[in-house]
Ligand binder design. Structure first.
Ligand SMILES: Nc1ncnc2c1ncn2[C@@H]1O[C@H](COP(=O)(O)OP(=O)(O)O)[C@@H](O)[C@H]1O
Ligand SMILES: [Mg+2]
Length: 647
């Protein structure tokens, strides 16, 4: 059988020039170290099969040239038994071979996948802000399977080399003239392989690319947000036309591919038949003039059919190996991606129920250069990860939160509030200064205990596509139904859930029941309540909450934050009037600090913001989005901040 050439997004011309990378080969071999013994057994069975494969024609030859002319019943019976034994042995070998082949192949796929998944999961959040999910998925699927192609290639080469060696040796022993004649079509086969074989590979590569773009289009359109965009902009017909165009390309290349494949394999088979005919011609003449026995001719005719496929296979083995190694390399590339935010050797665990003190000391921060964490080939095509860090986002921020206290962060959009909170849970590390929880630098504690200590309710909380109960139990897998209900009652979301037909079994998430922004946040608060962290961070929802929703969130917060240290980013200043300390953040600095009354008395930026929001008859909230307004106010505040409190 001629193997269908399966090539990934690799240019065969580039591959032809590429050298086999010994480093990758060595590393792949090292990666497969658990399989070395099994690979040995696997190759052993392949060699035995190749040797056994030359026996049947020889049995035929014995039968025709010796047993029948000698009219020996005993020889016939012996040959019969031999044929059966060889057939059974080959079947047995095939089974053993398949077993080891799949154990090694699937095992490698498993090992690579598990290693990739583990590594990717522990990458810093910055990595996910740049990486294309599709590229990552293809790395987990296609490349992992592609890498396993090294084993397949190794097996094919071994099998081909031995089968070819054995077949040629036996053929030469039977008749060197006939053997040479059968090899005369070899150049034609090689030319065919070069020309058509390559075109075939190029076509199938092209088709894979087309299929990929078609899939991308579908995944972008066939989700709630995409479908909504298409509908609201009245584009369904344009979208259908565009899709038909892409699908049409797939159809056209499909037809070319089918015809090229047929021509290629047909021509190869034709060449094979020519070779066989040449054997008949030369062989029959030799039988007539007595230089060859009839049985030998029959055997030669059988062997010649086994000659050509290993030859074409071997011709493409180098490319196959290179392709597989490139996949290995692409997997290693991800496995080698640095993980800057790892746990320190000998990290200490924060106490399970800590006091919840937060010390932020002279923290300076800028986002690290993308080149320090990005994997170039996973980024949007053509984009090169920058080598420069961002501008300073935080410039010397200091504050202390006593156990049980509530710290509020207010300030214009883009001031650095969210960034500041992300340093507490170590989504990023500070550039200078330190963040300490209960007197431990967050960089010195175990990641698990840090995650346990801090509960975060982000601005737009994510829910998995699963039931409400399952989403809640993500915080505490052992939680009972009563625990869930208690948490949801405290978060003021229980009544909403109870009113749904399926209650806590209602599936939420992108493709599930669509909770409103405020409901989602209250559910997220319930989730954090189940986790029972010492510190809660809340990035208030900016979606325009109605006053009822707002009141509910206030109540939910009062429960959630009771007895816990909290950092609340507030867009509605009503949320934080009870805060122990309000920090007014602007352009990465704390420009004012104090309690609500203190800040009102100081009559600075905060007072300005507060009056605009509540007394000026303007009920617009201090939300991202109403930025122009807020920034204008902030502009004035900056001047005052400099004259006054500035930190
Ligand atoms: N990954 C990033 N790389 C570079 N700059 C970023 C990144 N994420 C956010 N920023 C910038 O950091 C600044 C602070 O953002 P953020 O902390 O979200 O502000 P806030 O929460 O106060 O509205 C903004 O100017 C934003 O553009
Ligand atoms: Mg923010």
């Amino acid at each position: 059988m001629y193997r269908m050439r399966y090539s990934q997004s690799l240019d065969p011309e580039a591959l032809k020039k590429a050298a086999i990378d010994r480093g990758t080969l060595k590393r792949a071999w090292q990666f497969a170290r658990h399989y070395h013994l099994r690979i040995g057994i696997y190759l052993g069975t392949i060699i035995l099969s190749a040797v056994a494969g030359v026996v049947p024609p020889l049995i035929f030859k014995q039968l025709i040239d010796h047993a029948i002319p000698a009219r020996s019943q005993r020889s016939v019976t012996l040959l019969f038994v031999a044929a059966i034994v060889v057939a059974v042995a080959m079947t047995g070998l095939g089974l053993i071979n398949r077993y080891f082949g799949s154990v090694i192949g699937e095992g490698l796929i498993f090992d690579l996948r598990a290693a990739l998944y583990d590594h990717v999961q522990k990458m810093p959040i910055a990595f996910f802000t740049r990486t294309q999910t599709g590229a990552l998925l293809s790395r987990m699927n296609n490349d992992v399977i592609g890498a396993q192609g090294t084993v397949t290639t190794l097996a094919t080469v071994t099998s081909d080399v031995f089968a070819l060696g054995m077949t040629l040796t036996v053929m030469l022993l039977l008749s060197w003239k006939v053997t040479l004649a059968s090899l005369m079509i070899l150049p034609a086969i090689i030319v065919l392989d070069r020309k058509l074989g390559r075109r075939l590979a190029a076509l199938s590569r092209h088709r894979m690319g087309l299929n990929a773009t078609m899939t991308t289009t579908m995944t972008e359109r066939f989700n709630v947000s995409g479908a909504l965009l298409v509908k609201l902009f009245g584009r369904p017909d344009a979208e259908s036309a565009e899709f038909a165009h892409r699908a049409g390309d797939v159809r056209d290349t499909g037809i070319s591919l089918a015809m090229t494949a047929r021509t290629y394999y047909g021509a190869l088979a034709l060449m094979g038949s020519f070779g066989t005919a040449a054997v008949y011609l030369l062989g029959a003449r030799s039988v007539i003039n007595g230089s060859l026995k009839l049985g030998a001719l029959v055997a030669l005719a059988a062997y010649v059919t086994k000659l050509y496929s290993p030859l074409t296979d071997l011709a493409s083995a180098r490319t196959d190996l290179l392709t597989a190694l490139v996949s290995f390399e692409r997997v290693f590339e991800v496995l080698d991606a640095p993980r800057p935010l790892t746990e320190k050797e000998g990290a200490t665990a924060l106490a399970p129920v800590g006091a919840g003190t937060i010390d932020v000391e002279d923290v300076w921060f800028r986002f690290p250069a993308p080149s320090t964490y990005a994997v170039a080939s996973l980024e949007t095509e053509g984009s090169v990860p920058g080598t420069e860090p961002s501008d300073w986002i935080l410039r010397g921020v200091s504050f202390r939160a006593e156990p049980g206290h509530m710290i509020a962060l207010v300030g214009p959009s883009g001031a650095g509030k969210t960034t500041l909170t992300s340093l507490l849970s170590r989504l990023y590390d500070v550039t200078a200064g330190s963040v300490r929880l209960d007197n431990h630098d967050v960089r010195d504690v175990t990641l698990q205990s840090l995650a346990d200590a801090i509960g975060v309710v982000p601005q737009d909380p994510h829910l998995f596509h699963d039931s409400i109960a399952a989403n809640l139990r993500y915080a505490r897998p052992g939680a009972t139904d009563d625990d869930l209900i208690a948490a949801c009652q405290a978060a003021r979301i229980h009544d909403v859930i109870a009113s749904l037909p399926e209650g806590y079994d209602t599936v939420v998430g992108e493709r599930g029941y669509r909770l409103s922004g405020g409901e989602k946040q209250r559910l997220a608060i319930a989730r954090v309540l189940l986790k029972r962290p010492a510190i809660v961070i809340l990035d208030e929802a900016t979606s325009h909450l109605d006053s009822e929703n707002e009141a509910l969130i206030q109540q939910a917060l009062a429960t959630a934050l009771a007895g816990r240290t909290s950092v609340v980013i507030a867009h509605r200043l009503s949320t934080i009037q009870a805060a122990d300390q309000i920090l007014v953040v602007e352009a990465g600095k704390i420009v004012e600090r104090g309690t609500h009354t203190e800040l009102l008395d100081a009559d600075g930026l905060y007072a300005e913001l507060y009056n605009t929001q509540y007394n000026g008859g303007d009920d617009s909230e201090l939300a991202e989005g109403s930025g122009a307004h807020v920034d204008a106010v902030a502009g004035q505040g900056e001047a005052e901040g400099r004259a006054g409190i500035g930190s």
